[in-house]
Design a protein around this ligand. Sequence first.
Ligand SMILES: Cc1ncc(COP(=O)(O)O)c(C=O)c1O
Length: 366
Amino acid sequence: MGSYSEGIERLVRPHLAGFTGYSASVSPDTLAGKVDVPVESVIKMNANENPYGCSPRVLQALADDSHFHIYPDDGQQVLRKLLAGYAGVDAGRIVVTSGSNQLIDMLVRLFVGPGDEVINCVPTFDIYRFSTEICGGTLVNVNRDEKFAVDVNAVKSAVNSRTKLIFLATPNNPTGNVIPQPDILEIIETGVPVVVDEAYYEFSGETVMPLIDRYSNLMVIRSFSKWAGLAGLRVGYGIFPPRIAGYLMAIKIPHNVNVAAEIAVRESLADLEYLQDRVKAIVSERERLYHELHKIEWLKPFPSQANFVYCEVLKGSAGDLHQRLQRKGILVRYFDKPLLRNSIRISAGRPEHTGALVKALHELDQ
Ligand SMILES: Cc1ncc(COP(=O)(O)O)c(C=O)c1O
């Protein structure tokens, strides 16, 4: 007795031994005592969230609702219809999830088993790796060039009979650049299932949606976390060939989108003008951020079409810079790995956030 419960980790699936999870951004709640400012005044520029929050209509509708004890509609009929209107397709092509991360995970679970390959254009969003490895798939990394453009020929040469998915993030996280449409098209024409991740579409204004009827291997995923300010309520959705949407609806966890999230989507879509104005403000702040960073000689910012700017640190350590900014109560994301050397990613904030960041960078002059 008792021997089973001791050391049950030996029963964990072997390919997950030593698995490195996703390293999520720091939450201000964990910073008490580690920053020189009150936790409430920490400026959060590390997770590409919307600095204006969600639509006030969402807050009001959540306060007014009294149905939180009832399960949401598992068939997502109202949501799928609303999102079909927003995306301009039939509702049968839409699937809604608890954040678009969940959709990435479901897509990998639908297509990828042990021995199957997933093409990943690195550096890119780490969840593609995360989900592929959990499913026992093989990640085929294809390096981007020095400006982080996707190497289309290398992607095409990496395709073989074991390839099950190609992930293309546009704009890419963390580098912020879009993939030109002709490049995406060339990759779609391989016939392999292609997932175009448009989590930042509302900031770039570029989409492959006009191609969706022409290509049965094209799938598009989107998020409400960034443009609609709903990161904390978790809403993502995707547009799929109808039969793939059917499979995804079948394999999803029941009631995966909660009632509060459902209300939030409805109210956000009823307040598009307000949210689009906020998107415009964020885009203009992103441009200002880029230009301010450009003036600092020890930083090399990259042009971005998302709601953040990726920036190489040319002198001193990005890790130290991140720590010193954190002390001052400004959170940014930092990287130091083979394809993201000594760099930081800064989310576009409100004008006063840009002001505080730029002031802090000048004070910290490395
Ligand atoms: C490219 C990309 N795709 C998907 C996501 C996931 O967003 P969410 O799960 O919040 O919808 C993110 C979040 O940072 C992202 O950068």
